[in-house]
Structure formats: structure tokens, C-alpha cells
Design a protein around this ligand. Structure first.
Ligand SMILES: Cc1cc2nc3c(=O)[nH]c(=O)nc-3n(C[C@H](O)[C@H](O)[C@H](O)COP(=O)(O)OP(=O)(O)OC[C@H]3O[C@@H](n4cnc5c(N)ncnc54)[C@H](O)[C@@H]3O)c2cc1C
Length: 586
């Protein structure tokens, strides 16, 4: 089915929901990471209901069209970027609060509600949902869940994973699942809710969530700001606060470069050269006592400390931290990174950042959620594309974080920007297991392909065996195929390498090869049959194809010539394995 047919089918099924305008498609190419897909998607579908999402996925499944789910597009890993041949599925307008239960401390919401709008909705009940990414005024709860977002309050109040009891998700084939529970406890079966959290649109589309709420914290907040001679001392002081057992709500660290850039942006007096700053808030009934203890620890580490309970002054101090993004934007193009290390290793990680800066001659201003060991080094460069040297430096930084017992991403996710390092952290066995998990949810690989996991290397298939419409085994091969790289294929007398491989395949699967039946084979890519995570498409290759019958339900199996137009839309998983017996590739 051609791309135009896919769009026409969507328009027919979801009238008024399918935006094919250049503006909408261009907007869906990019998120806030600064990275964009190389081409715009086919269209943007604005879902308004669970049923809309199911329809989109049924059509996508039937036609083998990839779907990229999108909340507000504020992601920093390229996860929501929809590219050529893909459907961008926006759930931004599914934004209702369906239920608030103060007695059970839960709320049931649709995914498109903006985090801050939810907060405003919950305030009259004296409740709040704790996850507070700095983007809370612009990002959606569904996006927060799909990325496993964090924020400033995580060390004390947890990340998204700690604040979600259940999700409703639509699978690639349109099946609606209700995962999780509404109870405080609940351990029935595997914890698939947790699996969906941070899955970045690759396992299912989150269409609803049951959120775990807290009562708003009563009492006065204390804010503490402390300036240190250098970032290492500031990091050591924050580690000392943690080690002392005090639990601030917020503990943010800014290094010298970021502090100076923000002071410049806000037209404040420049900070002392090399100075770094910790901004800390304590809350709850013990706020004042904790603030006093924190201040003492910071002073003992050489900090110049200010403590205030004045809300306006507290906000002024926090504003310095909150102005980091615009301050960086003035310095040049920014690659915002996101590594996490054990809190005791924070100072060591700042040393690593300094070493990488020196080795690669780059500027990397960094801030950290010091309470939880999550750092955001900002690589500054000129021009729209990340230069190779910056990626090399980022690589060095990621390896350093891993060496220190940390992780590649604390809260932003893998998306496209970190996928090449995924295997480094997970290791081979877990990386493969995770791919198999993904396949179990989405066998055809249509949900956000190329995100989190690198796309499989392109493999051109040069020979294969199919059963034709008369039930005969037909060996096919690409006309003029070159030498096979596949082990085996040892030519016997009179054979070329191609023929030898075709014969070997046929022998292996126990079919008789009639050379007269060898037909030209088109171009395949992404071999998948026995290779988890791969897909294959074919050009003029006769196969039996299984696909969902959207109109009547169930599945249809038919024999088709796959053409070049199908190439982008027919995943191998849709080809009947009984008939597509084995493929060989070069
Ligand atoms: C100024 C600024 C500050 C930020 N601060 C923070 C911060 O403090 N902490 C933090 O964690 N992040 C932060 N971010 C990053 C970003 O806001 C978060 O990752 C946020 O959770 C993304 O939400 P979104 O609605 O914009 O999702 P999108 O960007 O639209 O999507 C993000 C990913 O989730 C998937 N997705 C979205 N909705 C769904 C759904 N309903 N079902 C399935 N998959 C879905 C997408 O496919 C994509 O892979 C910041 C970004 C900016 C621009």
C-alpha cells in the first residue's frame, strides 16, 4: 500500500483528525533536543480518544506503517521525532482529568494533560503529583511517563516511576491493555506498568494513567544558597548533606560557567571567578531545623551561605537555576546531556567533565540535581549539527559516568541521541533480552522504530525460498547478485557463488531446487526472520503475507508480489514463516 493510500485510509477512518499540512508535519519532525528527522512524516493524527488511537494503530499494523507517538514534543532525546514514511500520532488533545480521589490519593488522567495544568487541577483538593520536570509548564503527563521523567524534587519525592500506579496502553495491533492497579499494594503478575514507564513510545501508546498523589506539603519552605570557590568543593558539600541524612526537597548545583552565564543573562553582578553555587530547599514540618543543619554543613565546607524563608527571595534564588536553558542558548548551539552517577561520585564526575573539556577544547557548562546525582553537562558549539568532536567528547563523558557506576541517562531517555551507547551500559545479554521484550509487544516493529535501539544495519537479501501459489518451493535470487558474505556457499563444479548459496539454502530446508525456477529477487533490507529486531522488505518478491483484516477483524493470508512501494511498509513479521522459509543475505 502506498503512502498516499495509508493517509487516505486514515482520513477516511478519522475524518478531521489527520493533518497533512506542511507546518504540522515539519513541527512533528523535531523535539526540543535540537535534533530533527531527515524528512517530515506522512501526516500528524490528532487523537481525541482511545478509540482514535486504536484505529490509527490498526491501520498502521495492517499497512506496516511506523507510528511515532508525541506528547508536547519537549523531549531532549529525539524520541518524538517522526520521519519520512511514518505517522506522527499526537495525544496532546487527550487532556482530561477523568477522576480525582482524595480518599485514595489517586487521579486518573488522559496522557495529553500538561503537568502544570494537572497541578492546577489538583491544588483545590490539597493534592499534587510530585514529578516536576523543569518543563512541567509545557510537557505532558503521558510524555513524562513515556520518558520516565525526573525533576528538581526527585531526591525527596521520587521520579515518575514512583508516582504511577497504572497505565492504559494501546499495543501496536490496537489492543487496549489496562496495566497496574488502583491500590497502594499490588503485585499480581509482572509489573508491566513499570516496563511502560520510560519505554519512549516503543512498547505501546499510553492513553491513560492512574497516578499516585501526595498531599501538598504544609508549612514554610526554607531556601539556602551557598557559593563555593569551585565546583568540586560544592559537589563535596552536597554529598556531605546527603551523607548527614538531611533530606532537602531540592538540591541544585551550578558550576562556574553556568553560574556566570545565568548571572550575565539576568544582569546580576558577576559571581567570583570560578565560583560554583548550591541552591537548596527544605520543606515540611522540619524545614527550618533542616535548613539550619544544611547551612552548617555548607559553611563547614567553605560555602558562603544565605538562608531565607522569604518566598520571594527564595524564588529569586531558584530563578538562577531555572534560567540555565536560556542562558545556554545565548552561548551557542547546545547539546544538553544527562548522565547520573552515585551521589558520592558527583565531585569525581565534575573532574571528568573538566578533563573532557580540556582534552577536546570544548566548553561544557554543567548543572546537577545534586540531591540525586543527575548531571546535565551542556556541550556548546556553533552551527545546527553536533560536530563529530562533540560526539567524541560526549562518548568520553558517558564512558566516565559508566566507570563511576553511573548511567547514560538519568531522566531524558535514550531516543535517537543515546541509542548507540545503549549496549555499552546494558551489556550484550540484556541488550538482546530487551530487544526480545520489544518484539513481544510489537512484533512488526512499527512503534517508534529506530528509537532507543539503533536501527538494524541494512542487509540486502540476495536469495530466498518461498512457496508459490501452487505450493511449490521457489528459490529466488537477486539478478546479478554479487558474492555472498554468508558463510558457506561453496561453489561446486559449474556453479557461481550465488547458485551455490541458493543450493545450500534449499538443501538445508529440504526442498528441491529447479534452476529454472530461480527468479530475480528485488532488494531486501533489515533481515528479520531469525534476527530479533530486524525487519525485511522486498521488491517484487513473491511471498505469502499475513495481515490484519481491519474491516472484518481477524487475519488475511494472501500471496502477493511485494513491490518497491511496499518496501517501507511490509515488516518481515507479517510474512508467514511457514512459507518464507529462509533468506540468505549478502
Ligand atoms: C526547558 C526544558 C526543561 C526540561 N527539564 C526536564 C527535567 O527537569 N526533567 C526531565 O526529565 N525532563 C526535562 N525535559 C525534557 C522533557 O520535557 C521531558 O522528557 C518530558 O517528559 C517530555 O514530555 P513531552 O510531553 O514533551 O513528550 P514528547 O517530547 O512529545 O515525547 C517524549 C517521548 O515519549 C514518547 N511519548 C510521548 N507521549 C507518549 C504516550 N502518550 N505514549 C507513549 N509514548 C509517548 C514519545 O514517542 C517520545 O519518545 C526538559 C525539556 C525542556 C525543553
Amino acid at each position: 500500500m502506498s503512502a498516499a493510500d495509508v493517509v487516505a485510509r486514515l482520513q477516511q477512518t478519522l475524518p478531521g483528525r489527520v493533518d497533512v499540512s506542511v507546518a504540522a508535519r515539519e513541527a512533528a519532525r523535531a523535539d526540543a533536543s535540537g535534533h530533527a528527522a531527515s524528512a517530515p512524516p506522512l501526516c500528524v493524527v490528532e487523537a481525541r480518544s482511545v478509540a482514535d488511537v486504536q484505529q490509527v494503530l490498526r491501520i498502521a499494523s495492517a499497512t506496516g506503517t511506523p507510528v511515532v507517538t508525541r506528547g508536547a514534543g519537549t523531549g531532549l532525546a529525539g524520541g518524538a521525532n517522526a520521519g519520512g514514511g511514518e505517522i506522527a500520532l499526537s495525544v496532546r488533545h487527550m487532556d482530561r482529568v477523568l477522576e480525582v480521589r482524595p480518599d485514595d490519593l489517586i487521579a486518573v488522567v488522559e496522557p495529553g494533560i500538561v503537568n502544570a495544568d494537572l497541578d492546577a487541577h489538583l491544588a483545590p483538593y490539597g493534592l499534587w503529583w510530585a514529578p516536576d520536570p523543569a518543563s512541567r509548564a509545557i510537557s505532558t503527563v503521558g510524555g513524562n511517563i513515556a520518558t520516565g521523567a525526573g525533576g528538581l524534587l526527585c531526591a525527596k519525592y521520587g521520579v515518575v516511576r514512583d508516582a504511577v500506579l497504572g497505565v492504559d496502553a494501546v499495543l501496536a495491533d490496537g489492543t487496549l491493555l489496562h496495566l497496574g492497579h488502583r491500590t497502594v499494594k499490588g503485585v499480581t503478575g509482572y509489573d508491566l506498568t513499570s516496563l511502560l514507564i520510560g519505554s519512549e513510545g516503543t512498547l505501546g501508546v499510553i492513553v491513560g494513567a492512574t497516578l499516585k498523589l501526595r498531599r501538598r506539603v504544609p508549612g514554610e519552605v526554607s531556601t539556602i544558597a551557598a557559593v563555593f570557590a569551585d565546583v568540586r568543593t560544592a559537589a563535596a558539600a552536597s554529598a556531605a548533606v546527603t551523607a548527614a541524612g538531611v533530606q532537602p526537597a531540592i538540591m541544585e548545583l551550578m558550576d562556574a560557567a553556568s553560574l556566570a552565564a545565568v548571572h550575565d543573562l539576568l544582569e546580576l553582578a558577576p559571581p567570583p571567578a570560578g565560583a560554583a553555587q548550591l541552591t537548596i530547599q527544605t520543606d515540611g514540618p522540619a524545614a527550618a531545623a533542616e535548613a539550619a543543619e544544611v547551612a552548617q554543613i555548607l559553611a563547614a565546607h567553605g560555602g558562603e551561605v544565605e538562608v531565607t524563608t522569604d518566598a520571594a527571595r527564595g524564588e529569586e534564588l531558584l530563578r538562577i537555576r531555572r534560567s540555565m536553558h536560556p542562558a545556554m542558548a545565548r552561548l551557542g548551539t547546545t547539546l544538553i546531556e544527562d548522565v547520573s552517577v552515585p551521589r558520592s561520585q558527583l565531585a569525581a564526575m565534575f573532574d571528568e567533565i573538566a578533563a573532557v573539556e580540556a582534552r577536546y577544547g570544548l566548553r561544557i557548562p554543567a548543572v546537577a540535581h545534586a540531591g540525586d546525582g543527575n548531571l546535565h553537562p551542556n556541550f556548546i558549539f556553533d552551527g545546527p549539527e553536533v560536530p563529530p568532536a562533540v560526539w567524541e567528547a560526549a562518548d568520553a563523558l558517558f564512558q566516565a559516568a559508566l566507570r563511576l557506576g553511573g548511567t547514560l541517562t538519568g531522566e531524558h531517555g535514550v531516543g535517537v541521541l543515546k541509542r548507540r551507547w545503549l549496549r555499552d551500559e546494558l551489556g550484550d545479554a540484556q541488550w538482546q533480552l530487551q530487544q526480545r521484550v520489544r518484539q513481544a509487544f510489537d512484533p512488526a516493529g512499527i512503534l517508534n522504530p529506530g528509537k532507543v535501539f539503533e536501527p538494524a544495519p541494512e542487509i540486502r537479501v540476495s536469495a530466498g525460498v518461498v512457496i508459490d501459489e501452487h505450493g511449490r518451493a521457489v528459490v529466488v535470487r537477486k539478478a546479478g547478485a554479487v558474492v555472498f558474505q554468508q558463510p558457506g556457499g561453496k561453489p561446486e563444479a559449474g556453479e557461481d557463488a550465488t547458485t551455490a548459496l541458493v543450493r545450500e539454502i534449499a538443501e538445508e530446508i529440504g526442498v528441491h531446487v529447479d534452476p529454472a525456477q530461480v527468479e530475480p529477487l528485488g532488494v531486501f533490507r533489515d533481515l528479520a526472520a531469525n534476527e530479533p529486531g530486524h525487519t525485511v522488505v522486498a521488491d517484487a518478491f513473491r511471498v505469502r503475507v499475513r495481515h490484519a483484516d481491519v474491516a472484518r477483524g481477524g487475519e488475511i493470508e494472501e500471496l502477493r508480489w511485494l513491490t518497491a512501494a511496499d518496501a517501507a511498509s511490509t515488516p518481515l513479521a507479517n510474512l508467514s514463516r511457514n512459507h518464507l522459509l529462509r533468506l540468505a543475505w549478502e
